[in-house]
Design a protein. Structure first.
Length: 360
């Protein structure tokens, strides 16, 4: 062997080792990048889907082996025991299934939110049902507004009597009190404003400002205002008249969007995201992830319920009925959580846009 060939022969194992190390590093980096792009709001629904389906099929296997199946608790305990006895290969397979489902869950999280908002189409049964639901929520909002107006009138009627009584007592005693500066025209003007009517008196700007700042609430029964606060909180879940959507979740989101005054709400945060303070940015991401999580979980629970019914009902209808009750109950609870998350996210969204508008 010549002298020039020696280095090549010696370096060949090192080159192979370097190539293998580079390939391994590249694969690990690829896996890390894939996993890093998957958010927690997508991991949890996919993990819940895999584990729930695993439980459903194990429960079905237990029920098929034992005839009669016995009580529900013993069957569920046996299914959980079968889940814990999975080997390493099965665990890796479940992990791969979670990763793959996480990719799809994250891809369709926005579509899940849009569906829960009520964007179901404009034709056919879906369009008819959406229009019917919109009219339903419009009537509910109108009923709340009517009740609010009635309670306000009753509270004002009681408050005015108390104010006039206080004015008479002050006049007879000859003492000074805030009610002495409130003229009958001011009270009439305030009453018309509270009843959402056209005022019948003419006041100057100073008198109008003073009338609108009269603390009349302290002269009425606190029970009226407790009920008015409850109605006001409910009305915050409804958008402007004619802007309603067919779901409660959609109306809560639309009510926040109406306060943004932008034609394209989807880009409201993207336009100002880089200029936001770090704390506000993290707060937005946290609540947006919650919104994605709850919206995705609703469909995960619906899918698991459907699979459980298909798997169990043919031989054991009573377990299928229990699966329907449990699944629909979980869907209802998760949907309510999504509505609550939408309220909080809407407040953050309005705060972000108002901050941007005030700075610009």
């Amino acid at each position: 062997m010549s002298e020039g060939q020696a280095p090549t022969t010696v370096a060949k194992p090192a080159v192979d080792e370097l190539s293998s190390s580079k390939a391994t590093e590249t694969l690990s980096q690829f896996v890390a990048r894939v996993l890093n792009q998957l958010s927690l709001s997508a991991w949890l629904p996919s993990a819940a889907l895999v584990l729930s389906l695993d439980f459903v099929f194990n429960l079905g296997a237990v029920l098929d082996r034992v005839t009669p199946p016995g009580n529900a608790w013993s069957a569920m305990t046996a299914a959980f025991r079968a889940m814990t006895e999975v080997n390493i290969g099965g665990s890796l397979l479940l992990f791969v299934a979670v990763v793959v489902l996480t990719i799809f869950t994250q891809a369709f999280s926005f579509e899940a939110i849009r569906f829960l908002e009520g964007y179901w189409g404009v034709r056919g049964p879906a369009g008819w049902f959406a229009r019917w639901r919109c009219r339903h929520f419009e009537k509910r909002a109108e009923t709340l507004r009517t009740t609010q107006t009635k309670l306000t009138k009753l509270a004002w009627r009681e408050a005015r009597v108390a104010i006039e009584r206080s004015q008479a007592a002050v006049t007879n005693a000859g003492s000074d009190d805030e009610t002495r500066s409130w003229t009958p025209d001011m009270l009439n003007f305030l009453g018309a404003m509270l009843a959402e009517q056209e005022p019948t008196v003419n006041l100057g700007k100073p008198e109008i400002a003073q009338a609108l700042h009269i603390p009349w609430q302290r002269y009425a029964s606190p029970d009226y205002f407790r009920r008015l606060v409850v109605i006001d909180k409910k009305l915050r879940d409804f958008p402007k008249t004619g802007r309603g959507l067919p779901t409660r979740f959609g109306n809560v989101m639309r009510a926040s969007e109406d306060q943004i005054h932008r034609s394209h709400v989807e880009t409201a945060v993207l336009d100002v995201y880089d200029t936001l303070p770090l704390a506000l940015r993290l707060l937005h991401d946290d609540h947006r992830n919650r919104l994605d999580l709850y919206a995705s979980m609703v469909f995960v629970e619906l899918l698991v319920t459907a699979v459980a019914v298909i798997r169990v009902v043919p031989q054991h209808w009573e377990f299928g009925l229990a699966a329907v009750v449990a699944g629909l109950g979980a869907c209802w609870l998760t949907y309510r959580a999504a509505v609550a998350a939408a309220r909080t996210y809407g407040v953050i969204l309005v705060n972000i846009t108002q901050r941007f508008q005030s700075s610009s």
